[in-house]
Design a protein around this ligand. Sequence first.
Ligand code: UD1
Length: 340
Amino acid sequence: MKILVTGGAGYIGSHTVLTLLEQGHEVEVVDNFDNSSPESIRRVEQLTGRSVVLHEMDLREEERLTALFAEGGYDAVIHFAGLKAVGESVEKPTLYYGTNLESTLSLLRAMTASATRTIVFSSSATVYGDQAPVPNVETYEPLVATNPYGQTKVMIERILTDLAASDDAWRVGLLRYYNPVGAHPSGQIGEDPQGIPNNLTPFISQVAVGLREHLTVYGDDYDTPDGTGHRDYIHVMDLAEGHVAALDHLAATPGIGARAWNLGTGTSSSVLEVVAAFERASGVEIKRVVGPRRGGDLTYSYSDPSRAESELGWRATRTLDEMMADLWRWQSQNPRGYRG
Ligand code: UD1
């Protein structure tokens, strides 16, 4: 298939582009490099020996995007592009709703003007909010996220679901990611956050290379065995493979409409278990202090991944130790990420 990947230079995007190329698909990327670097795509090309057409473009440039679709002949789109920092979204809600919704609507209008009717969307477990029981199942409603970033995911799922209901030519996959971590086993591509990382594992790996003084553990008084929060960490390569499985399923299933799949492992690990796994993988001790809880954090978040297994034939196979070994390979070989 010929696939257009929006936000393809980012963390999950670049690993997915690599996986698509390895499985023989043709890939083009649209990215404005707002929070990513073209270097990731250059490295994907080196790793795969395949080339990727890169369009530096903001999705809101609707005329350019429409022209791209008119010529592109894409079989499907994978839509990663968007802003994703929870804290910033609380500070700047109009930036988040504006960017994520306007770019998605522009993309969907450009698709509508073309013949492309298949799209896989980068959603998040954040759509389950703080009321859904764990493990999360896809049938749970109502979807209400606890912050503007998460609400953009809820709203875009809704828009895509309504679009699919309007015309049965549309085939829509809504992929609800848990916590993607790790890197390609080559250590050549990985997560490259700008500024101070918001997420746990890039923070840990930056402490390990001396870029940060210590990790702050956000609360050790949760109702869990060691008192720290539990998440469903999933290797980014498993996640990337989940996208290809979803695309294959959509391609084989006319009339499917919109369908959601959780992409997680089905198990959870605590903050301290992740730190211990990283220390084992790297041999580096991570300095840490216990701080207060972070607002909005859940005690437990993990998936029921059985729908993805039965319908997509996909399941996550890589262990937490592999996730941390691959993270360490990336961080130790690229202490300052793609900026060298
Ligand atoms: C966060 C977002 C989620 C988003 C996801 C991907 C929140 C509340 N949720 O998920 O909406 O989809 O990132 O970007 O922000 N932790 C520490 N110290 C740190 C960082 C994290 O102890 O410096 C802990 C957290 O309290 C949590 C776990 O590590 O228990 C994972 O945190 P994080 O990596 O930020 O992911 P989520 O909060 O699950």
